[in-house]
Design a protein around this ligand. Structure first.
Ligand code: AN0
Ligand code: CP
Length: 325
C-alpha cells in the first residue's frame, strides 16, 4: 500500500484525494459563496482550458464540472476516451493488441492543449493491488504536465464527497451530526470509490461517522479511520441525522457480491428509527433496490440538492487550482 492513502496536501496543486482539513473548510466556504453568486469570478478562468477525459460513463460529473468551469470563464473540452484511440497503460509492452496509443504520449499531448485535465476511470474490480495503487490516474499524473482532477478514480470520488459535505453543512441541525454510511443492495458489482471517499472526508470533518454493512463488506481500514463499524443496520440508524446509502462490492473478497439481501434497502420503516434524518445518495440510484420510492421522494431526501452542489464543489476546486497556477 502506498502513501496515496494519506492526505498530505497543503495547497491544491491537483485534486485526486481529500486535502487537509483547513483546505476542506476553505473549499466548503468558497462553494457556498459561489452558490449565492456563481459568476463572481467569471474572469478567473479566462483563456484557460479544461479537458475532461471519460473512460467510463457520467451524467452529473460531466455536466456539473463543465458548468463550474463555464461559471469561471474557462473553456471546456470533454471526450470519451474509449471512443478514440484505445489507450495502453502498461510499460515495457509490445503494443500489438487493440490499444493504439500509449498513455506516455497521450498524457503529454493532452497537456499541451489543456491547463487542467480531469479524468474518470473506474477500477478493474479484479486486481485489488493495482486498483488500490490508483494505477490509471497516477499513471496519467506521472506523464501529464498540468494539474490532474479526479472525476472518480478506482478508489476515490473527491468531487462527490465535497458536494456531500457542503450538503451536510447546509442541512445539519447540530454542530456534530451523526452521519451513517449504509451499504444497500445492487444487482451489479460496484466500486468502493464513493464510500471510501465519503468516509475519508467525513473523518476529516466535524461529524460522528458510523458505517454499516453486511459481513464481508468492510472497507479498507485507511478509509474507515476512526469511524464506528456495525453489521446491525437498525442499531446504526438510531439517532442518525443523515443516512447516506451506497452499494459497493466486497473489498476483502475483491470485487464480488456477497449479499443481495433486500432487507438492507432503505425504507420508511428504517428511516423512522432515525432522528428525522435526511436521506442522501450520490446518484445514479436504483429505486426500490437501494431506496424505496417513499424515501427518495420524501421531503427528507437531499439527492437533487447533492447533485446541485456538485457544480459549486467543482467551481471551488477549479478556482483554487486557477489561483495556485
Ligand atoms: C458508479 C459507482 O458506484 O462508483 C458511479 C457513482 C457515481 N455507479 C454505478 O456504476 C451505478
Ligand atoms: N454522482 C456521480 O458522480 O454521477 P455520474 O456518474 O453521473 O457522474
Amino acid at each position: 500500500m502506498t502513501d496515496m492513502l494519506h492526505p498530505t496536501m497543503t495547497q491544491l496543486n491537483d485534486f485526486t484525494k481529500a486535502p487537509e482539513p483547513s483546505v476542506i473548510k476553505t473549499l466548503v466556504e468558497q462553494a457556498i459563496a459561489y452558490k449565492t453568486n456563481p459568476f463572481q469570478d467569471k474572469q478567473l478562468g479566462a483563456n484557460k482550458t479544461l479537458v475532461l477525459l471519460f473512460l467510463n460513463p457520467s451524467l452529473r460529473t460531466r455536466l456539473s464540472t463543465q458548468k463550474a468551469a463555464i461559471n469561471l470563464g474557462m473553456s471546456v473540452i470533454d471526450i470519451n476516451a474509449n471512443e478514440g484511440w484505445k489507450l495502453e497503460f502498461e510499460d515495457n509492452i509490445i503494443m500489438n493488441s487493440d490499444k493504439a496509443e500509449h498513455i506516455r504520449e497521450a498524457a503529454q499531448v493532452i497537456s499541451q492543449y489543456a491547463d487542467f485535465i480531469g479524468i474518470r476511470s473506474f477500477p478493474s474490480l479484479t486486481d485489488q493491488e493495482k486498483d488500490y495503487s490508483d494505477y490509471v490516474i497516477n499513471k496519467f499524473k506521472s506523464f501529464a504536465s498540468v494539474p490532474v482532477i479526479s472525476l472518480e478514480s478506482a478508489i476515490r470520488h473527491p468531487l462527490q464527497s465535497l458536494a456531500d459535505l457542503i450538503t451536510i453543512e447546509e442541512h445539519k441541525k447540530n454542530h456534530r451530526p451523526k452521519v451513517v454510511l449504509t451499504w444497500a443492495p445492487h444487482p451489479k458489482a460496484l466500486p468502493q470509490a464513493v464510500p471510501n471517499s465519503f468516509a475519508e472526508w467525513m473523518n476529516l470533518s466535524d461529524t460522528e461517522l458510523v458505517i454499516t454493512h453486511p459481513k464481508g463488506y468492510d472497507l479498507h481500514p485507511d478509509f474507515v479511520g476512526n469511524a464506528q463499524v456495525t453489521y446491525n443496520q437498525a442499531e446504526a440508524f438510531e439517532n442518525a441525522d443523515f443516512i447516506y446509502a451506497k452499494n459497493w462490492s466486497s473489498f476483502q473478497d475483491y470485487g464480488t457480491i456477497k449479499s443481495n439481501d433486500t432487507n438492507w434497502m432503505v425504507s420508511s420503516e428504517k428511516m423512522a428509527l432515525t432522528n428525522e434524518a435526511y436521506f442522501m445518495h450520490c446518484l445514479p440510484v436504483r429505486r426500490n433496490v437501494i431506496v424505496s420510492d417513499a424515501v427518495i421522494d420524501s421531503k427528507q431526501s437531499l439527492v437533487i440538492q447533492q447533485s446541485e452542489n456538485r457544480v459549486y464543489a467543482a467551481q471551488a476546486v477549479l478556482a483554487q487550482l486557477l489561483s495556485n497556477k
